[in-house]
Design a protein around this ligand. Structure first.
Ligand code: SF4
Length: 251
């Protein structure tokens, strides 16, 4: 069966979609937030997207149609970004969609926590891979989010080895991963993975945009003031990475 025939009945569950300029990949992009996540980061700003149920189901065919109708909006090298939740929770359907879009010349990007061992299967149909790295230490990663970081590290290595365009992101959370000692830990990890010159790292200081959603969902928001990271702390962290030869960017 061809990709196009399959796209008729393969479905993807989405809880939000909107256009966004330059923050989740280059140019103006149609950004789909996919339902379901395998982690439970206490700082998550999309609590409505964590469960696998909910949102609305679209066929891949419907999504491809929507993307092609939106093509004129993809200015400045824009395209489509899939984020979440965690996009790889719907792996087969995501692969199908990215393949269809790639075949049609649409710029494709995903943002992922990297915790799916099959991730490299997506590289041939991905123009940009954005991967979050929450902690360099597997045990601390597991304690905070529910799973260790070993598969993420494996996937960064795989992406570097095959020249996949890769943008790494660190959510900077006070008391979890934002100290100078932590910066050294991240620097060591990245150096060990030997990223190519076009692998970038971006720091995303903690924010509370999701707090109101927890109230609306009747869920407890577990983060406290201590999670905030001052400009000086973020700068000290950035300086340690820069000194280690890491290519930092800000989008
Ligand atoms: S990986 Fe992302 S979507 Fe999943 S819980 Fe963590 S912050 Fe939220």
């Amino acid at each position: 069966m061809s990709t196009i025939e399959k796209a008729d009945f393969v479905t993807i569950r989405i809880f939000q979609k909107d256009f966004n300029f330059s923050q989740d990949g280059p140019g103006n992009r149609l950004v789909y937030h996919l339902q379901g996540c395998n982690l439970r980061c206490p700082w998550c700003s999309n609590p409505e997207g964590l469960e696998c149920s909910g949102g609305r189901e679209y066929t891949v065919d419907e999504m491809v149609d929507e993307v092609m109708r939106s093509k004129m909006m993809f200015f400045e090298n824009g395209g489509v970004t899939l984020t979440g939740g965690e996009v790889t929770m719907q792996f087969d359907a995501v692969k199908e969609l990215l393949t269809c879009l790639h075949e049609r010349g649409i710029h494709t990007c995903i943002e992922t926590n990297g915790l799916n061992r099959h991730l490299p299967e997506l590289f041939p149909v991905l123009d940009l891979l954005i991967m979050d790295v929450k902690h360099y230490d597997p045990d601390i990663h597991k304690k905070a989010t529910g799973l260790p970081n070993d598969i993420t590290v494996y996937n960064i290595q795989a992406a570097c080895a095959c020249g996949q365009l890769l943008a790494l992101r660190i959510p900077l959370i006070g008391g979890f991963n934002a100290s100078c000692r932590d910066a050294c830990g991240f620097a060591e990890l990245f150096q060990r993975l030997k990223p190519g010159s076009d692998v970038t790292v971006e720091l995303l200081p903690y924010h509370e945009y999701g707090r109101v959603k927890y109230d609306n969902l009747g869920k407890e928001y577990a983060m406290t003031e201590s999670a905030r990271v001052s400009e000086a702390e973020a700068e000290a962290f950035a300086n340690i990475l820069k000194a280690a030869g890491i290519h930092l960017i800000k989008t």
